[in-house]
Structure formats: C-alpha cells, structure tokens
Design a protein around this ligand. Structure first.
Ligand code: CP
Length: 309
C-alpha cells in the first residue's frame, strides 16, 4: 500500500485515469472478478442518516477483508462537544487506515486534510449539499456496466437540484466522461441560481425528458429546506413527478435513475420506479462494487497485487 494517503473528497480529486480505473474496476468486480484482500481498517463515521451508502461501504470493506467499525454521530463523542478534527486525530492515533465520512455541513471535509499528524485516507460518503462522489461514480459505473457510451448521451437531472449533493458531483463528473447534453429541471426555487456552463435549464418536465437517454430523478431534500417552503407532495407530483407518459417522449431505451431514497408518488411514479427502464436497484448493487474499487484506490493497491489475489 502507498505510504501517502489518498483521499476522495470529490470527483475533482480524481484525474481522468483514476476515474477510468474506478469505473473499470467496479465493473470488473460486478462481473465477478475476485476482490483483493486488504489488511486495513475503516471507520464509517456517519453524522446523517443513510441506508445505501453506509451499508454498501460496510459490505465493500468486509468483502475486501477489512476491519470495519461503524460510528454514528449520536453514539460518538461529537455529542460531548468533540470537534470533527479531534475525532479524526483520535481514530488516526488508533491506526485506522480509512475514514468514510458523511457530514451535513458544506465544505468541512477538505479542511480535515490539514489535521496535523493525521494519516487515514478520507472518503466522502456525502457532504451537505455539495458533494457525493461515490454516488456519482457508481451512477456512471451502472451505465458503463450496461454498455452505455457516455459520448453523445443526453442526461436529464430533475427535481431538487439545488440541494442535491448527488447532482452537484454528477454535474462535475458527467462532462468529464464526455456527456455533452445535460439538462436540469425542477421548481425554480429548487434549481441552483446559476447552472454550470453548458447545462440547459428546462422549465418543464416534458422538455427535460424529450429525447433523453438517461433521466435521473431527485427527491426533495426536505431536511435542507425550511418546513414552510416544502412543496405540497400532490402538487409536486402533478408538475414534476415522472410517469410512464413522460417517458414516452424520451429516447427509445431511455433509462431511469434515482440515487435514493425514493419517494413514490412524489418525484417518481411507482410504475416507473419498478418498471423495466428503472436502474434504481442496479445503482444500489453497483454501490457495493464501486465502494470496493474506492477502497482499493485510496489504499493505493496496485493492479498486480489485486490480480494476484
Ligand atoms: N444515495 C444515498 O446517499 O442514499 P443513502 O442516504 O441511503 O445513503
């Protein structure tokens, strides 16, 4: 393993070759390649609820033979006032190799890279509304595993884009993979004030879905919105909920994605979520393989060593 820890705070930390390595490795593992055996330890430090991400990081670590400890904020010394930096220094002193971290605030993870003497690799498992790189990567791997080419792909991202860390990381990743037609759509107050360059803002769902190859639906992140601003679920579904009728306007073979958790009858009709075009559970499955690939990458496991296992 490398002496210098690698970190994954966002997709910007990855050069093109690292992105390719992670996508390829996740697809290899999903196709049945033997996982490496890694003598390393990981602490999953989650300060926000999670089902998919927390479970898949734990399963990924166990499949690689790593020691895993799960800590949620209610059960940690954070409730006694310990800072995140001191928590990190504490687990670092115990010789932990990787800390997987979910945080509600924006921008704090990168500051932790400066904690003196800290040695674990930091892996972002979702940070506020700004980044969720492992989800963006597993979404891309889900498409790659199906043989879908990124070049020329038309991707529509619909819903609460403003508060979605998945959308934020995705909007940084998709262009780097060669996706050139990206649209976002949703209620005006749930769209970012400024769309990234080259991203089309659509004011209705039909326009966003028209000829799209991939439609990625997002839930309304109520935990990041004042309660008096929450949209009425029925009204929201009438305007922004994805139904089979909308999908008629998409490109033939269009696939539907959603990072979860899904809210049936709010942003997506149950018929679509469970339908033949839905990749929602494929994304969940790929999550384990992508997180295995991420552990291998942050630990600097060389290909030769992986292949030898
Ligand atoms: N996609 C995602 O981050 O889901 P969880 O909140 O369940 O981890």
């Amino acid at each position: 393993m490398s002496n210098h820890p690698r970190h994954l705070i966002d997709v910007d930390d990855l050069d093109d070759s690292a992105i390719e390595t992670l996508l390829e490795r996740a697809c290899e593992l999903a196709s049945g390649a033997a996982p490496a055996h890694v003598a390393a330890s990981v602490v999953n430090l989650f300060a926000e609820p999670s089902t998919r991400t927390r479970v898949s990081f734990e399963l990924a670590a166990r499949r690689l033979g790593m020691d895993v400890v799960n800590v949620d904020s209610a059960g940690s010394s954070a409730v006694k006032g310990e800072s995140l930096a001191d928590t990190l220094a504490t687990v670092s002193a115990m010789g932990v190799d990787v800390v997987v971290m979910r945080q509600s605030g924006n921008g704090r993870m990168r500051e932790l890279l400066d904690v003196p003497g800290s040695r674990p690799s930091l892996v972002n498992a979702g940070e506020g509304s700004v980044s969720h790189p492992s989800q963006a990567l597993l979404d891309a791997a889900t498409l790659k595993a199906r043989g879908i080419e990124f070049s020329g792909l038309r991707v529509a991202i619909v819903g609460d884009v403003a508060h979605s860390r998945v959308a934020a990381s995705g909007l940084r990743l998709w262009p780097r993979l060669g996706v050139s037609d990206i649209r976002v759509a949703g209620p005006t107050d749930l769209l970012p004030p400024e769309a990234p360059a080259g991203v089309e803002v659509c004011r209705d769902l039909d326009r966003a879905v028209a000829d799209a190859d991939v439609v990625m639906m997002l839930r309304v992140q109520r935990e990041r919105i004042d309660q008096d601003q929450w949209p009425d679920p029925g009204d929201y579904f009438a305007r922004w909920g994805l139904t089979r009728d909308h999908l008629e306007k998409a490109a033939p073979g269009c696939v539907v994605m959603h990072p979860g958790p899904i809210n049936r009858g709010v942003e997506i009709d149950a018929d679509v979520a469970d339908g033949p075009q839905s990749l929602i559970l494929d994304q969940v499955r790929m999550g384990v393989f992508m997180r295995m690939a991420i552990f291998e990458w942050v630990l600097g496991l060389p290909r030769s060593r992986r292949d030898a296992t």
